[in-house]
Design a protein around this ligand. Sequence first.
Ligand code: SF4
Length: 249
Amino acid sequence: MDALADLDLRIAGCRACPRLVDWREEVARTRRAAFADQTYWGRPVPGFGPPDARLLIVGLAPAAHGGNRTGRMFTGDRSGDVLYQALYDVGLASQPTSVAVGDGLELYGVRVTAPVHCAPPANKPTPGERETCRPWLVRELRLLRPTLRAVVALGAFGWQATLPALAEAGWGVPRPRPAFGHGVRVGLDGLGGHGGLDGHGGHGGHGGLGRLELFGCFHVSQRNTFTGKLTPAMLTEVLSEAAEAAGLK
Ligand code: SF4
């Protein structure tokens, strides 16, 4: 088993946040009528995508009846429909839909994760829960760092959670921290490691840190997509630019 698969397994067994453990398990017990015949995952949802991803997408937290039901990030809800359609449109996914584990979906060079791995009530984790979960994101970033060249943070929560995690994982984050905005792009230098910087934003050496491009994008929540705050064109534009920065296009 590779180190990232091992990390994913350990995340799935985490019970560090009592409020979220109660909520995710309560939702899994009571279920939504439309899914009453299904067995909910009801556990932390690990990241999804290959261990040598060059691009990482960081959301907020799994949805109660989406990831918390299916056990895969952004899978089985409307937010995921929008995200995976866009990833497919820019050539980073094998299919435009993400319905359930085992549906054949493959991601190409991109991984999808969240700074909070358990579904929170009202989609709102507390700052304390975000802090408690951050070490998982730091570990994921460290494991990805030999290949990782771009990150897309979805929404202000994802942005605010990602910056300190990137700093802890070894990238140089400017002070004061850059503010979130849709379409914001910030270049972060890799610090330490062996041969991390090659001056072209390209490959680092073995285990070294390359330069990383961080992008802000409005979250793919229903609130944003139904109101047109985030259109499919806006999303594919950011993903396209990030894929290019990551060397995927
Ligand atoms: S939110 Fe993160 S730290 Fe808290 S229980 Fe879930 S996986 Fe563990």
